[in-house]
Structures are given as C-alpha cells and as structure tokens.
Design a protein around this ligand. Structure first.
Ligand code: 6PG
Length: 234
C-alpha cells in the first residue's frame, strides 16, 4: 500500500489522470486490452474530466462502475450521466465496452436487487479489473458500502442493492468489497479536510466494518491518492 499527496485537488486530478493513462496503456501493451472501474463523487469525476485530452486506445478499454445511484436513465445524479458528461461522450470509447449499472427505469424496472444481480452476472465473465477507482466518504464509505451496513458484511454476492443510504440518493447498486478486491490495483482518491479522519483511520488499521474504505485493497497494489488536506492527520 502506498500514498501520494498533492497540494490541491486540481493537481491531484491532473496527476491521477496521467497515472491512469499510463497504467491502462501498460495493460493494453501487455494484453491488448484494459479494464477500469469508475467512481462517482467530486474527486472521481474531476479525474475523468482531466482525462478528456488524454491519448489512449479508448476502443480497447472495458469500463465498469463501482457503484451507481439507482435513478432513471440520464438523471444528472447518476454516476454514469456524470461520467459521460465529464469524459465518455468526448473520447472514442467502444459503446459495447461501456458497462453501466441499470437505471431504475430500465429493463429491470424499479428493482435494485434485479439490477445488482444482472451486474453480478455480467462480472462473472470478467476475471479482474486493471484499476478500480474509488472515492472515500466522510464516515469512511467507499463505493456505496457504508459502515456497519449489510453491504459491508456481504461475502456471497458480487454486487448488491443498497437502501436507505446515508448519502443521497438513498437507493443504489454497489460492488461489494470482495469484488473490489478482485482488482489488480485499487486507487482511493479523496480531497478535503473532512476526509482526513477516515483516511487516517483506514491507514491506521481500522476494520472494514468501521471504515469500509479500509477494506478496498488491490490484489497487486493499493494506492491512496490525497490532497494535503485529506492527508493532514497522517
Ligand atoms: C457516489 C460515490 C461515492 C463517492 C464518495 C466521495 O456514488 O457517491 O461512489 O462513493 O466517491 O462519497 O465523494 P466525494 O469525492 O464527492 O466526496
């Protein structure tokens, strides 16, 4: 596990975008393809926006989400909507290789459990992810896995519905920690003083039940990418 600390959120977004391009290009050089898991949240979307001018073989990239707000397609609060506006609508990705989690008005209707199960079935054919991008919440959540929630204790299902989420909107779909840990690299990216406590707790060995971000570890590498404020209690 390692940490990178940047002076500002803008510097973090720019440097992380460059690092992600290098990681995905290396995977493509080795295997002819790469896969990335996107996150919502301010920091995650800022990194995507910083990728807009990047040079990458976008058509040889599989794109997944770590979590999604369970809302109608195109809803501005959906992570997919924000990712498309920030990046995916501006680069030549292969539409068939962009794998959003179902909306609440899609083929599974307003059933987040069915949407979660369908995503788990999709992931059955995915051996691993090259890089899983994650944010960190003020109480230590990551993806839509919150402290002492059913999702943090889930070990059987790869993807779960999340209800009564403390961070609005209340209903979501999320990868579970065992699925996140299938990633070769997990990058936890967060900024601001409000995240200093959960970051320090996670890096000091807090349990994943108390601080779910602490359970987000890559098979090969776990990287905490912080600005000075979020790193201020380390
Ligand atoms: C979501 C995200 C969530 C987010 C964190 C951090 O759907 O809300 O997946 O896990 O990454 O809450 O968000 P900020 O970077 O905006 O603080």
């Amino acid at each position: 596990m390692s940490q990178l600390v940047y002076e500002t959120a803008d510097e973090l977004a720019s440097a992380t975008a460059d690092r992600l391009v290098a990681a995905l290009a290396a995977a493509q050089a080795a295997r002819g393809t790469a896969s990335v898991v996107l996150t919502g949240g301010r920091t995650g979307i800022a990194v995507l926006a910083a990728l807009r001018s990047a040079t990458l073989d976008w058509s040889s990239l599989d794109i997944y989400w770590g979590d999604e707000r369970f809302l109608p397609a195109g809803d501005p609060e959906r992570n997919e909507t924000q990712a498309r506006e920030a990046l995916l609508d501006h680069v030549p990705v292969s539409p068939a290789r962009v794998h959003p989690m179902a909306p609440s008005d899609g083929e599974f209707g307003d059933d987040p459990d069915a949407a979660a199960e369908a995503y788990a079935v999709l992931l059955k054919d995915v051996p691993s992810f090259d890089v899983c991008l994650l944010g960190v919440g003020e109480e230590g959540h990551t993806a839509s896995i919150f402290p002492h929630s059913p999702a943090v204790y889930e070990t059987a299902r790869a993807v779960v519905a999340v209800r009564d989420c403390p961070k609005p909107p209340p209903t979501r779909v999320s990868l579970t920690l065992p699925t996140i840990r299938q990633a070769s690299e997990v990058w936890l990216m967060t900024t601001g003083e409000a995240k200093a406590e959960p970051v320090a707790s996670a890096l000091a060995g807090a349990s994943e039940e108390d601080v779910p971000a602490a359970g987000a570890r890559g098979k090969r590498h776990t990287l905490w990418i912080l600005d000075r404020a979020a790193a201020s209690r380390l």
